[in-house]
Design a protein around this ligand. Sequence first.
Ligand code: ZN
Length: 680
Amino acid sequence: MGVSNLMSNKAKRACDRLLGKDYILIVSEKPKAGAAISKALSSEVTECRESGVPYWIIELRGKRYVVASTAGHLFSLFTRKRGFPVFEYEWVPRWEAERGASHLKKFYRVLSKLAKGASQYINACDYDIEGSVIGYMIINMLGNGSKSYRMKYSSLAPEELRSAFSSLSDMDWEMIEAGICRHELDWIWGINVSRLLSWVTRLAGEKRILSSGRVQGPTLTEAVDRYIDYMTFISTPKFSLKVELRAGEDKISATHEESPFDNREVAKRKKENILKGKKGIITSAERSLSSIRPPPAFNLSELQYEASRIFGFSPSYTQRLAEELYLDALISYPRTNSEKLPSTIPHEKILSELSYMESYRSIAISILKTGKLSPVQGTKEDPAHPAIYPTGKRPSGLKRDSYKLYDLIARRYMAAFMDEAKIERVEFHIRAGGENLIAQARSILKPGWTLSYPFSIGREKRINVKEGSELEVSSARISSVLPGKPKMHTKVSLLKWMETENIGTEATRAQIIDTLFKRGYLIYGKDGVKPTKLGMAVTMFLKEKLPDITKTELTRQFEERLFRIRKGEEKREDVVGEARRFITEELERAVNMEAELRDFMKMYLRPEVKCEFCEMPALEGGLCLIHHRALIGLADAIEKWEAAFNEDRDKVLAKIAKSTSVGKAIRDVAKGVIEKRIIL
Ligand SMILES: [Zn+2]
């Protein structure tokens, strides 16, 4: 202890001396990035440390630079005013506004000291809206914003950092304005709607802090809407007739040409014909070739989607792992929307680095051999970054999941340079017992890019039977299907929804979804994401009483205006002013309906009359809104079910009450009708 203290004091004196009089401060977003930047720019780096926070001193062409780092946002918006609406706010160090941010104090101390002594500043935070705001706030609040430059890079690869440093640009004012505007909008929305919700809850006799947000609200509404659709799903049944046939080694799964049938009796007759006939004959086999282009390199949401599909990773987990890989300089910047790999990326160098890694050797070499390094390009773009690519640096000591993700990224990158995959599709027409059947088979003739990225296309065996071949009928099966069943949301499908609706950003979407879980609004059920009682109360309240606040359309309009600020086509004050007017109007309207809002919230949080089937408040005929909707759905569908099965109402009701294809609320009300608790 004593020794290391002495050492660190000695080192500290050396660092204080080295700082000297004139230096330029380079601000990075994370300590790992700071270390990578200083190492890339100079071979002689003096590492200093204060309260555990590292910074680095380097000399370049006779000038002294100090590379320092933060740990994400150092400032956030805050108000000392109580009540709502509130529009007076200021930027304060984050720990003054947020719990759990006190670890930033030491970064703040070191950055304040370093910023005071600097003559010029370089913002070298990640190149996106957030990075632009993080660096700008530090330089502006602790130093002098008018003497600053921006360093733009997409990966922490040394060559890229060196070239970014040699082509510094002016500060990216439009990005900064758009970023600050996003913070202001989110703050105005978040605090005012949250305070309104908490106020109403207090009126309703409960002390709870509730919250909502500009992007959070519409996302929660979407999850709830999908859940209600899922719970109340019913449609008219159809009947599919599947037949298994065999010829030697080949097995063929066929369906009846007319399948699905509207009526079960018809399907039954056809099934009997086929079983009686015992044999089938191939009347025609049409083979067709198709080519499948390689998929483009990943953007963040596609990476999150694939990592969820293949490994079961949640979107926020994937994002965290990807950010670590980026900080280890193994991949380029992951918070990107782009699916493009421009030629400015040193593809040849990256591929030859990859060829030194055992698992990629043969693929990388085969790509290099072709001599044409023109990867396939996707359609999505990002103004700041290309698609995600490996830098070529060899991964070592990665944890298992990190390695899996790295491997996925590297494979997808290489696939983009490879040939199309050639697929053979065959459509068999089969005659069996006087009935016509159809079967389809698919096999890979030339694997192409699937050699590198084998996760998209399954490998199926080639089927050799041809026209005239005889087959044996092994079995035939009728199953009822309900077309149009919605899927409940998962975290990753919610994220995709946000992307399609253009709300939120690459950087924030996964985190917003996690917040909805942390607040206790959403939980994971057996089939996917479902709302809790609280989530239901907040959603119904906002939907019924303040519908405009949670409209996706409005959130998207503001996203578009943020984008226009980024392009210099609109001013921050105008957009914030508009948000302010809107929130003021909505909140005034809400305050005027005090009693109505109180009663509504009370009804949801502590219902006096509960639904016949669940914990939600009874609205009509003793049913909550979900079970009420289910009863209407059941009434609409019941006659069609009777016709499809040729059965009477009692039998059909018993079927519905047991069917796992209809929504749970439909089963509930069907049971209720059978038990005479409700009438249809
Ligand atoms: Zn209910």
